[in-house]
Design a binder for this molecule. Structure first.
Ligand SMILES: [Zn+2]
Ligand SMILES: [Zn+2]
Length: 435
């Protein structure tokens, strides 16, 4: 229902994701670092549409159902309001992997390796059903079925975290096995769940019965205790899965990446097979998962009908951003040289514009003051804006062919000829930048 005139809209009913100028420069620096590291590994950026075909998304979500899920998978996709019937089939991008596989099946050669990445907003419903926007980086290596592809992707993830300023990142590993060996584990896990039903909370029992490989974040320590006594998937790996996994761990150890095995590392998406991993900071109760991924060799065939082995990972950019901001990893670009200008009265506006025009041609950042304020106020504002020089444009001075220049760093003022403005600014910039 539309609000009537005069009705107030409810405030803060949604928590939308705005980026304030004080944060945007940090995001740009982080994105630039990501681009540079990924270019080293020959990954190319793909920009996926935010609007997605719900039919394809749904195929991805429900794809692994036949194998290990018995009930309906959780579908937290946000679809657009059905203003007409066609729109109900459009959803807001909940993740990137499914769209990348759909794109690859249509446009990319099946017998080659493809290295792709994307970053940007993703949308899902939160546990209360409210729309949620979050930032994610996704990296996908398509076409590679060897252990080298997994090693490349994991190494890349670790290097990326370290380059961003998260030097202490560690790796947690598990293995979901192949179709063959996973079935044994799932059978055993279901038997264990039935036996332990009275000891587990309703939610854990219900969710794990649908998908025994779902990541559980139960608050009840009793549940975690019971589940830790359950079957471990790594005890069910066949010889081939086991041999590959041993090799992968050896490669990671040789590269100097510290890792921990976690046989209870599960994923929210059940389309993974073989190696799965998390990138984590801290340990125990202080552990923070900042990203992760794994191999998903069968997903492409299930969504598109075309077989394409693949391995990839995501990084939770919202968490990473907050940590980097707290740590002051990036320095503000506001420190770049800037000149503050104000006119004593609006009759000097043309002069103000002419001087800034001249300074912009020299690549100098300028900040306008508010006409008419006192010099002391102007100086305070100039300092807050990180300016090094201040020009006060006054009628009387201009008529005499000069202008007041105040050096805010040296706290020194002088009158210079109007014809000397550019030169004075360049000399001051050189002196300040060399300091
Ligand atoms: Zn196997
Ligand atoms: Zn529980």
């Amino acid at each position: 229902m539309n609000p009537k005139n005069g009705d107030l809209m409810p405030e803060h009913s949604y928590n939308f994701h705005h980026f304030m100028p004080a944060d945007v420069w940090r995001w740009k620096m982080i994105e630039s670092e990501i681009d540079q590291v990924l270019a080293l590994y020959d990954y190319e950026e793909i920009r996926l549409s935010i609007l997605q075909d719900y039919k394809i998304i749904n195929r991805g979500i429900s794809a692994p159902k036949d194998e290990c899920q018995t009930g309906e998978p959780v579908d937290d996709t946000l679809t657009l309001c059905a203003v007409d019937n066609d729109l109900s089939t459009i959803s807001l991008r909940p993740e990137g992997t499914i769209s990348v596989l759909d794109y690859a099946a249509q446009y990319l050669a099946e017998d080659e390796l493809h290295r792709l990445y994307y970053h940007g907003p993703m949308f899902r419903k939160d546990p209360q059903g409210k729309p949620q926007e979050f930032y994610q980086l996704g990296v996908e290596l398509l076409g590679g079925s060897s252990i080298l592809s997994e090693s490349e992707v994991i190494s890349l993830g670790i290097r990326l975290c370290k380059s961003l300023g998260l030097g202490e990142v560690t790796l947690k590993l598990n293995n979901f096995g192949c179709k063959g060996c996973r079935q044994e584990f799932i059978k055993e896990m279901r038997r264990f769940l039935v036996e332990s039903e009275s000891e587990l909370c309703v939610d854990c029992f219900a969710k794990l019965s649908v998908n025994p490989l779902e990541r559980r974040r139960c608050e009840d320590p009793n549940c975690l205790q019971i589940l830790s006594q359950g079957p471990k998937i790594t005890d069910y790996l066949c010889d081939s899965c086991n041999a590959d996994f041993v090799k992968l761990k050896k490669i990671q150890a040789n590269l100097g990446h510290s890792y921990r095995m976690d046989p209870f590392l599960y994923k929210n998406f059940s389309y993974y097979n073989g190696t799965v991993f998390d990138f984590v900071l801290g340990q125990g109760d202080n552990e923070i998962i900042i990203g992760g991924g794994g191999r998903y060799d069968e997903l492409s065939e299930q969504i598109t009908g075309k077989s394409m082995p693949a391995v990839g990972f995501y990084l939770d950019m919202d968490i990473i951003f907050d940590i980097l901001k707290q740590r002051n990893v990036y320095e503000s670009q506001n420190g770049t040289f800037a000149v503050y200008l104000y006119a004593e009265s609006s009759s000097m506006d043309m002069m103000l514009l002419q001087i800034t025009h001249e300074l912009h041609a020299l690549g100098v950042r300028t900040v306008f003051g508010i006409n008419g304020d006192e010099l002391a106020q102007q100086m305070q504002r100039a300092k807050r804006k990180g300016c090094s020089l201040l020009f006060a444009i006054r009628d009387q001075n201009i008529r005499d062919g000069k202008i007041l220049l105040y050096n805010l760093i040296k706290e020194h003022q002088e009158y210079i000829p109007l014809s000397d403005i550019s030169n004075a600014v360049l000399v001051a910039r050189k002196a300040i930048n060399n300091e």
